[in-house]
Design a protein around this ligand. Structure first.
Ligand code: HEC
Length: 126
């Protein structure tokens, strides 16, 4: 009789363990917990526009219309006439846009570059 007691305890311990885990679950999903990170980065032309407005608009025309504020800087909507925007994506990623002395060098994260390209492409469509 005494020997069967520890075996009977096993299901009870398992039940306690399960209860303990379910009790923790709501805490992990608390309303103020940060949202689960999206698996894929969705490029956003709007975010790209904000970036180029901050970093590029001083010299380049960044909109579908208008002239560049700095004469020699090509309007962004004309860039695709010179080369595919994919090559600009590469250039931004490698930080080699500093080939022109007048232009400062920028470093962007891949998702920021995707946003900028998305904005450039939206200009193309006009
Ligand atoms: C201080 C002024 C200035 C700023 C700020 C600036 N640029 Fe420029 N950029 C220039 C000038 C000037 C040229 C043209 C140089 C030339 O053709 O010799 C140029 C050319 C370019 C070109 C064309 C290069 C080529 O080979 O035709 C690209 C693409 C470009 N800029 C992207 C950007 C982006 C993206 C930003 C913002 C992240 C930016 N620029 C910010 C001045 C600037």
């Amino acid at each position: 009789m005494r020997l069967s007691n520890p075996l009977l305890m096993l299901p009870v311990l398992a039940a306690i363990a399960v209860l303990g885990m379910t009790r923790q679950a709501p805490a992990a999903a608390a309303p103020d917990a940060p949202p689960v990170e999206a698996p894929a980065v969705v490029p956003s032309a709007e975010r790209g526009h904000a970036l180029v407005a901050r970093d590029c608009a001083a010299c380049h025309a960044i909109e579908a219309v208008g002239d560049s504020d700095f004469g020699p800087a090509p309007p962004f909507r004309t860039l695709h006439e010179k080369y595919p925007l994919e090559s600009l994506e590469e250039a931004l990623a490698e930080g080699i846009l500093s080939g022109h002395p007048a232009m400062p060098e920028y470093e962007y994260a891949p998702d920021q570059i995707a946003d900028i390209i998305a904005w450039m492409k939206s200009l193309d469509a006009e």
